[in-house]
Write a protein of this length. Structure first.
Ligand SMILES: C[S@@+](CC[C@H](N)C(=O)[O-])C[C@H]1O[C@@H](n2cnc3c(N)ncnc32)[C@H](O)[C@@H]1O
Length: 401
């Protein structure tokens, strides 16, 4: 168990429901395949990053200490690409000796220091091992390979390129994005966890989903409740996103599969107060999001807006990727950090958001508190699972208004 995981174990109290959820994760959800796939993704990320490092001549660029901003200037990338480069170099420096990090508090610099070690496995080996787990697992690797392939193009030639894909404005890559968010079991697991957590924590009422996109959240929730003949617990469901295309496609699917559920389909931007988007205050029992809440620029303001949209005692529940180590880049960020919204969508704060994008469990508890929520919880019990699943990354973060 790492020191971070030991702290988590002490800090987060374990309620009986959380314990039951943790047991379900351990015994049913986190299969041997999923655990192995998560490990292969970590290996694949390192191989891709080393490959980018070599292709772009980082050894030369970092022959003297340079900040991510200096590197971006030297490569002629858009300014905000410093976040992308920072994440790459932080990860390499924390795992290898050939990149050295130095910081005087105000500026962090990186320098090249020695031979790049040969990797025991190649990307082809990893691909073959992943394919043995099932074709759907290969979707996760495809997304990483795409990230390496488009790295320069997205950061220099067409800075809006990835944002167009992530918001459904680029039809050529729609299939890739759908596979990366829905087919990939490492991603689908977020929606499955969300469905089970809602089943455990929510009785019935009106649900608002934020950033519902290609439908991982609503699809898994309806499937789960339908299997128990309990779909009537969803008295109404308001599905929102900023992509009209995603809204239309998901609407078509859900209306065909669940024609009797009362659903509403609307544009909503989580960076704008929900009350200013015709979503009535105190009108919703549950606000749900799968891998979308971390998009918020000002996470506390977003949560405050959620709190006023909820009826008293209502709940927010987000299925989120979490960072166990504050500066560790997650595999998917190789591609996601090529989008402007991912790398800039965070007002950083030392107290609760030291990095862009994903938050740690402690960060989530803190932002819920700052936004006036009570009973913040992070499920499952990450400390308890640490030995069995060292690369565990998926959590439910929830609190009541
Ligand atoms: C990682 S995807 C998750 C989608 C979906 N929940 C799923 O898991 O399949 C993030 C979603 O957030 C949406 N999004 C991005 N910026 C947003 C914003 N400012 N307000 C609301 N949704 C946003 C994107 O269109 C995308 O559908």
């Amino acid at each position: 168990m790492t020191p971070e995981q030991a702290v988590l174990k002490q800090e987060f109290s374990v309620t009986p429901r959380k314990e039951a959820f943790t047991a379900w994760c351990r015994d049913e959800l986190f299969t041997a395949e999923l655990i192995e796939a998560a490990d292969l993704m970590q290996q694949a990320l390192d191989l891709h990053l080393v490959s980018i490092y070599e292709k772009l001549g980082f050894a030369e660029l970092l022959s003297e200490p340079r900040s991510p901003g200096d590197v971006v200037d030297a490569l002629g990338y858009v300014e905000s690409a410093d976040r992308t480069i920072e994440a790459v170099l932080e990860r390499l420096a924390s795992r290898f000796e050939f990149v050295v990090r130095s910081s005087d508090g105000a500026t962090t610099q990186f320098s090249h220091a020695g031979e790049i070690p040969a990797s025991p496995a190649s990307l082809e080996d990893i691909h073959a091992a992943m394919a043995k787990l099932g074709d759907e697992y290969v979707a996760s690797l495809e997304f990483l390979a795409f990230g390496e392939d488009k790295f320069e193009y997205a950061l220099r030639d067409d800075p809006d390129f990835l944002d167009k894909i992530l918001s459904g404005r680029e039809s050529e890559y729609q299939e890739l994005w759908f596979r990366a968010t829905n087919t990939d079991p490492l991603q689908n697991v977020h929606g499955i966890m969300g469905a089970v957590a809602i089943d455990m924590l929510f009785d019935r009422g009106r649900i608002l989903e934020i950033g519902g996109g290609t439908g991982n959240g609503i699809r898994n929730l309806f499937k789960h409740l339908a299997a128990k003949s309990e779909l009537d617990r969803v008295e109404s469901f308001v599905f929102t996103d900023i992509s009209q295309k995603f809204i239309m496609t998901t609407r078509r699917e859900i209306r065909t599969d669940y024609p009797d559920v009362d659903t509403e389909w609307r544009f909503a931007d989580l960076n704008v107060a929900l009350a200013d988007q015709k979503i009535e205050p105190a009108s919703v029992d549950l606000i749900y999001a799968v891998n979308a809440a971390h998009v918020a620029k000002d996470i506390v303001a977003f949560l405050e807006s959620c709190r006023s949209t909820l009826k008293p005692g209502g709940r927010v529940l987000f299925a989120e990727r979490i960072r166990l180590t504050p500066r560790d880049m997650a595999p998917r960020e190789l591609a996601l950090n090529l989008s402007i919204y991912h790398r800039t969508a965070a007002i950083r704060n030392d107290d609760y958001r030291p990095m862009h994008c994903y938050l740690s469990p402690e960060n989530w508890v803190r932002v819920f508190e700052l936004a006036g929520f009570s009973n913040a919880e992070v499920w499952p019990d990450i400390g308890a699972l640490a030995d069995a699943f060292p690369n565990q990354y998926a959590a439910i973060v929830t609190a009541t208004a």
